[in-house]
Structures are given as structure tokens and as C-alpha cells.
Design a protein around this ligand. Structure first.
Ligand code: C2O
Length: 680
């Protein structure tokens, strides 16, 4: 009996409210003293760093940029977060929170870290302790801020869960490859303009206009990179220089696009070296913690073998490059079996997803190779590597031993009442249409079934509201579920009105016109839900109210989706429009991967299945931070009345709750934060 998440008992520990513990695999069941505690303090401040050779303000934890933490399966993880950010640091969220990306948090619903969903953000000058038992599959995860876009400013880092027993893979040493993208502007300054009117007719001097964040200035590997690397390499490498278009990248006034570090004012930047010794096998824990860049990661002259996806083991798949989307993790094995030397390690934006993006380059450096030389082999050009096909993605599958209770490896974490990772039959199906509507107020949003969900609905966390009053969803949905967005919505939501427009999935028709509100799917504990996410043209579902204009907005793009509170089976990917009769038979119910982050391809659909075994309110969202902010999310509310009581020390909400679809006009921003330099 290996299952950890068996929910057979609920043991109240002195320091915890109540968490589910298994009787077999968890030491707490036998040890009277309870599980060991792994404690971290996070002192959160702002400081200057130069991740890509351009110095800027970033968010630090104990002075560290991208702080790494780890915990052993079964331990209690305790992280005390002190918000010591200066009050002039603008946050759309009025505070910070921490999410443990990929953790199912079963029985620990109050500590999932989504601002205003289960907790109010931790306000400046206060602290909060996350405290929960890590009943998670051992493997590779990351933590990140989840109240606003503070992750983009650097509030994120690797999170490794060590097994209580031996590792399931064989290797000599491990390395982390923490991938990100880097902007030279603060996340909040990039975020504000996303709320300003897209429709030129709605723009005034006061509102300003919508402005897209555009491609990042650099891709970083283990928090290091060079902006303008493509051009720099011309001088250091005889190979053809990469073709990323530095001239289209934003560079602050007075800085060179071409030699960012020449002035010597940006200490600390370097190209990342991943060091290996000839003959050894390395487990590389790849994490994409970026905000926009879907990456193809290639090790020159070396293939790698994928052995785990989002912490759960997979059948080994050997590839020359790993396409890793935002929020995803891959554990790969790399054999250092080539001649001692230096080899390029390239992180290219996946072909045809973001034209003009920079690439990130590091070096795979063998011990004994010339430490000051760059690799001599040709460097990979941006957009020169073919993207993974459906054929490749669908080769990421569960190993046989995880599909049968009798062979299930010890320590495997399972959904409720499952004896293996073989998927149960679905009891419910939800079709979710993805569009990019333009709302009547001129805002450009991303919508799921015509609802663009904003993030700060009220001054009480949503989980609290629904746990106290599960009827709230249905009552509010009655009022608002069909029809146009109320004209005074924005004004109303700036206040403390709890009557937010809600839309209930399952049974009620999608709003005829796109609206801003909150999109919920009520579930009962034990439901098994298929969700089919369908990418549609921007203007589908009446998505642009300007007759004759909106018809032209047909674009689509890929989206990296992530769901909280669960791992799920990824059953299928398809192109075009999902057709139940034709496509359901293509679902892989034999050995689908069990993961927490997946891609919805351009002009395609993806089908996932999950077991609603975790009472609470769980968000499903695009992990492109900018899309999340623009509404691309919905909530699964699983038997909220069964949720634990909230911890007594849960942060209190700010006096005035900010509606994050609010205007954030330049004058609003200046009035709130002053002229901090982030107010544009
Ligand atoms: Cu890493 Cu809600 O996300």
C-alpha cells in the first residue's frame, strides 16, 4: 500500500487545522511526535540585480533572487513570509502571496496562495506562515507569487520535493535548470496598460491606451542571461550570429542595444554554465518559470531523456530538444558522454509562437574544458528548431507500473479512492471555449465561455464566502448569468459590493455577449471531470461588439494552462474544432500523463480529466501572466462546505479592495503610488 493521499484519516495536529494523512506511508500515523518540520523564513524586499546585464529593481527573498527551497515528502513545510516591500512598490494586488506550483494541497486549501481566492494578500509590514504537510509526489516544482504579477519581478524559485525513500531514477548527480524570461520594466508598469482601453474610441488623455508587454528583453537560464545576446555573440563566435531582432527590443534611454554591459555599470551578469564531468549521468530538473516564453531547450550534440513531467514519472522519451511551456517541469537525464569540451545550451522560444523573441544561451561545460572559451559549434538560431508535434507530445505517457495497484511504486501520491494512476471514467464533461473579446467598455480581455474573470472580487477570500454560504454562487448566477455586462460594472466593483456577477458552468448557457465576472464550475467531492479546452478565434462568440471591425480579429495563439489543487490526466490534443463523436475515441485512457500544466495549441483543443477529491475553490488558468491578468481563468468549487475552517491567522484584507479590471489610468496610478517611476 503506497498511496499517500488516501483521505482515510484526518488528524488534527497541534500546529495544523486538519490535514489528510494516510495510515501507511506517512510517518505521522505511527510516530507520536508527528512529521518533521521544514522551516523557511522569506524576508521579501526589493533590491538591484542585473539578471541579463541590465540593472533593475527585483524582488528578493533573504537577499536572494530566485531562492531555491526543498522539502522531504511527508514533512510539514512551514514558510513564514515577511512582506518588507516598500510601500512605494506598486502592486495591483495590495500585497503578496505564495503559491506552491504543482502541489495538490489536499486538505491544505487555505495555503494554496492565490490572492483573494483562499487568502487575502500579505500586506506590507505584515507576515504570514504557510504551514501544511507535503503529501505530494516527489519531484520538481517551483514556488511563485500569486497575488498580482510579482512573479515577473523575480518572486519565484525552484521547489524540490525529495522522496522519503530512494529516487525512482538512476543518475549520478542533479542540476536545476530554472528558465525564465526577463523584462527591463517592472511587472506592474507592464500590467497597468493592459487594462486601458484597447478600442481607440474609448481612449482619452486620462485613460491612456492599451499597450502590450511585447517580448521580454532576455531569456535567462538559472537567472542569468545577456540581453542582446544575439548581437554580442557576433564578436565572440565565428558561427553565424542568431537572427533575433535586437533592434526591436526596448532598451532604456542612454543604454546600448548592442553592448549592454560595456559601460561596466551592471555587475553580476554572466552566461550560465552547467558543469558536468565526463562519464556521469545527470538528472536535470527543468522548470519554466517565465511569463510569456514557451521554450525549446536544446543541448548541442547531446540528446536528453525525459523521465518525469510535472513531477510524475513518464515512459522514457529521448529527444534533441525539450519544448517546455510556462509552468511545466521536465526531469531529463543527460549522459555526459561526448568529448570533454564546451557545448551550447540554448533556450529558444518555440518556433512560431513569438516572433522576434530573444533566445537564451548557456554553456554545458565539461570539467577539464577551457573555462573561458565559448563553444565552437554553431549556435542555434531563434526559430530554427522545429516545434514538437502532437506525435511527440503524445509520447509522454505514464509507465506501466503506475497503472496497477500491485506494481505501484512506494510513495506514489494518488487521487482519492484510487489504487493506481489508471484514470477512472468521467462523470461530468465541460467544454470551455477560449476567446479574446473586446468588452463594451473598450477593454481587451481573455475569456472562458465568454466570461473574463477578474481576480479580486471582494474583501473576503472567495473560499471563505462560499464555505460560509454555498448558495451564494447560484443566487448571484441567477441574477447575472445571461446578458450583457452591466454598464456600471467597473464602478460597482471598485467598491466593496459582494454581489459580483457570477456565471455557473454546467447547465446554464454561456452569456450571449462576453462579460467581466467570475466563472465557476460547482463540483461535488468525488466527481470525475473531463474538461475540453477549445482554442477559438479572438472574435468568436460575439467577442467584439464593434460591427464590421471585430470581424477582423480572428487571431489565436497557444496557451499554457495550469490547474491548482490537482494533478490531472492529459487525454488528448487535437487540431480544429473538438467533435465529441469523432474525438472522444482518440482519448488516451490507457496511459495518459498525470500532470498539472499543459498546452492548448493554436487552432486546437486539449482534453484533461481530473478527480475532484479536494474540497475548496481551485483555479484553472493560463500561465502566461499577462493573459491570467486579462481574465483567462475560471474556478472549480468542490464541495466548499467541506473545506476546513480557515486558519485564525489568515491575512486580513486591505480596507479598500482593488478591482483588478479597474482602469489603472496614469492619474489613478500616480495618485495611489506617487511618482515612483513605475507610474507610466
Ligand atoms: Cu503557477 Cu496559478 O500558478
Amino acid at each position: 500500500m503506497a498511496a499517500v493521499k488516501s483521505m482515510t484519516g484526518c488528524i488534527a495536529l497541534a500546529v495544523l487545522h486538519c490535514i489528510s494523512l494516510s495510515t501507511a506511508a506517512n510517518p505521522a500515523a505511527q510516530a507520536p511526535l508527528g512529521p518533521a518540520i521544514t522551516h523557511y523564513d522569506f524576508d521579501v524586499t526589493v533590491g538591484k540585480r542585473s539578471p541579463d546585464c541590465f540593472e533593475k529593481d527585483v524582488i528578493l527573498v533573504n537577499g536572494e533572487y530566485h531562492k531555491q527551497i526543498e522539502v522531504t515528502q511527508g514533512n510539514i513545510l512551514e514558510v513564514t513570509v515577511y512582506n518588507d516591500l516598500p510601500s512605494t512598490w506598486p502592486l495591483v494586488s495590495e500585497g503578496i502571496s505564495v503559491h506552491w506550483h504543482g502541489f495538490s494541497m489536499n486538505g491544505a486549501e487555505w495555503y494554496d496562495g492565490v490572492g483573494y481566492l483562499a487568502q487575502c494578500p500579505i500586506q506590507a509590514g505584515t507576515n504570514f506562515t504557510y504551514r501544511f504537510q507535503v503529501n505530494e509526489q516527489p519531484g520538481t516544482y517551483f514556488w511563485h507569487g500569486h497575488a498580482g504579477n510579482e512573479k515577473v519581478d523575480g518572486f519565484t524559485g525552484p521547489l524540490i520535493v525529495r522522496p522519503a525513500g530512494p529516487e525512482p531514477f538512476t543518475y549520478d548527480e542533479e542540476r536545476i535548470l530554472f528558465l525564465s524570461d526577463n523584462y527591463h520594466t517592472s511587472a506592474t508598469a507592464l500590467t497597468f496598460p493592459l487594462n486601458r482601453p484597447f478600442d481607440a474610441k474609448k481612449q482619452t488623455n486620462e485613460t491612456g491606451g492599451w499597450d502590450w508587454v511585447a517580448v521580454p528583453q532576455a531569456i535567462t537560464l538559472n537567472s542569468h542571461g545577456f540581453y542582446g545576446d544575439c548581437e554580442l555573440l557576433q564578436g565572440t563566435n565565428t558561427a553565424i550570429p542568431p537572427k533575433c531582432n535586437v533592434t526591436t527590443q526596448w532598451v532604456p534611454p542612454g543604454r546600448s542595444k548592442f553592448l549592454p554591459y560595456a559601460a561596466g555599470t551592471n555587475p553580476g551578469c554572466k552566461r550560465e554554465n552547467v558543469t558536468v564531468e565526463a562519464g556521469k549521468t545527470y538528472r536535470i530538473r527543468m522548470i519554466n518559470a517565465g511569463s510569456l516564453a514557451y521554450l525549446s531547450v536544446c543541448f548541442a550534440d547531446h540528446n536528453v531523456t525525459i523521465v518525469a513531467a510535472d513531477a510524475y514519472p513518464t515512459n522514457p522519451l529521448t529527444v534533441p530538444c525539450v519544448d517546455i511551456n510556462l509552468g511545466q517541469r521536465y526531469d531529463v537525464l543527460l549522459k555526459a558522454d561526448k568529448p570533454v569540451g564546451n557545448y551550447w545550451l540554448s533556450a529558444l522560444v518555440v518556433n512560431a509562437t513569438r516572433t522576434g523573441s530573444p533566445a537564451g544561451y548557456g554553456v554545458l561545460r565539461y570539467a577539464g574544458a577551457n573555462a573561458s572559451a565559448l563553444p565552437s559549434d554553431p549556435i542555434l538560431q531563434p526559430e530554427s528548431v522545429p516545434a514538437w508535434t502532437f506525435g511527440t507530445v503524445s509520447k509522454i505517457t505514464l509507465p506501466k507500473e503506475y497503472l496497477d495497484a500491485s506494481t505501484l511504486p512506494k510513495g506514489t501520491v494518488l487521487p482519492l479512492n484510487q489504487s493506481s494512476l489508471a484514470p477512472p471514467n468521467a462523470t461530468k464533461t465541460l467544454l470551455v471555449n477560449l476567446t479574446q473579446p473586446l468588452l463594451p467598455n473598450g477593454q481587451l480581455r481573455w475569456a472562458l465561455n465568454n466570461v473574463a474573470t477578474f481576480g479580486t472580487p471582494s474583501c473576503l477570500p472567495t473560499l471563505n464566502l462560499l464555505r460560509n454560504d454555498p448558495g451564494l454562487m447560484a443566487r448571484d448566477a441567477q441574477r447575472t448569468r445571461v446578458g450583457d455586462m452591466p454598464a456600471d460594472l467597473a464602478a460597482k466593483q471598485m467598491g466593496n459590493d459582494l454581489n459580483v456577477p457570477m456565471y455557473l458552468e454546467d447547465g446554464s448557457p454561456s452569456p450571449a455577449m462576453p462579460m467581466a465576472g467570475q466563472d465557476f464550475m460547482p463540483l461535488q467531492k468525488g466527481d470525475v471531470v473531463d474538461v475540453i479546452l477549445q482554442n477559438l478565434p479572438a472574435n468568436a462568440n460575439g467577442g467584439d461588439y464593434r460591427p464590421g471591425v471585430g470581424a477582423n480579429r480572428t487571431a489565436q495563439e497557444q496557451h499554457p494552462f495550469h490547474m491548482h489543487g490537482h494533478h490531472f490526466w492529459v487525454l488528448a490534443y487535437g487540431l480544429g474544432t473538438f467533435n465529441e463523436a469523432a474525438n472522444t475515441s482518440s482519448f488516451n485512457t490507457a496511459n495518459p500523463p498525470f500532470r498539472d500544466s499543459f498546452t492548448i495549441f493554436k487552432n486546437g483543443w486539449t482534453a484533461i480529466r481530473f478527480k475532484a477529491d479536494n474540497p475548496g475553490v481551485w483555479i484553472l488558468h493560463c500561465h502566461t501572466d499577462w493573459h491570467l491578468f486579462m481574465g483567462q481563468k475560471m474556478y472549480f468549487a468542490t464541495s466548499p462546505e467541506l473545506a476546513q475552517p480557515p486558519p485564525a491567522d489568515l491575512p486580513t484584507c486591505p480596507n479598500t479592495c482593488m478591482y483588478n479590471f479597474g482602469p489603472f489610468s496614469p492619474s489613478f496610478v500616480r495618485a495611489k503610488w506617487g511618482s515612483t517611476g513605475y507610474s507610466t
